[in-house]
Structure formats: structure tokens, C-alpha cells
Ligand binder design. Structure first.
Ligand SMILES: [Zn+2]
Length: 81
């Protein structure tokens, strides 16, 4: 699980949510909820990206790492021609 720039925005959003929740609940519960939201969205985006890759292709090229379709690697096939 790589940490991307988008995750910083997501983390800030989760912190804002925690701060916003503190007046209505305990700080500990706000932190737990914010962490659950952060990891929930993070997990969902990783899962969705992976399912798109699986639908689009048959895996990843060993040469360049791009998604391989049923016709082979689009990147490496272009290089050979
Ligand atoms: Zn390739």
C-alpha cells in the first residue's frame, strides 16, 4: 500500500472530520471514526483500482509494468514494431 499525495488530502479530511465530531462525542471515538473512514476509503480505492485492472487486462507486463490485455502488452508491442 503506497502513500500517495491524494492520501494526504484524505488524511486531512479525516482529521477535519475528527475535529468536527469532538463537540458531539468523545475525542477517542472521533479519532476511531476518522481512522475508520480514512482506511475505509483507502481500502476501497485500492480495491477498485485492482478490480479495474483485472477487468481491463490479464495482469501486468514483466518488462514495463503496464496492464496486459489479451493481445499482449500495449507498450512493448508498440516498441517491437
Ligand atoms: Zn510491457
Amino acid at each position: 500500500m503506497k502513500f500517495e499525495r491524494r492520501d494526504t488530502i484524505l488524511l486531512l479530511g479525516a482529521i477535519m472530520l475528527a475535529i468536527g465530531m469532538i463537540p458531539f462525542t468523545t475525542p477517542a471515538f472521533a479519532m476511531i471514526t476518522a481512522a475508520a473512514v480514512f482506511f475505509g476509503i483507502k481500502w476501497f480505492s485500492v480495491w477498485r483500482k485492482r478490480s479495474i485492472m483485472l477487468e481491463a487486462g490479464l495482469g501486468f507486463c514483466a518488462e514495463c509494468g503496464s496492464a496486459v490485455t489479451k493481445d499482449g502488452c500495449p507498450q512493448c508491442n508498440n516498441k517491437k514494431e
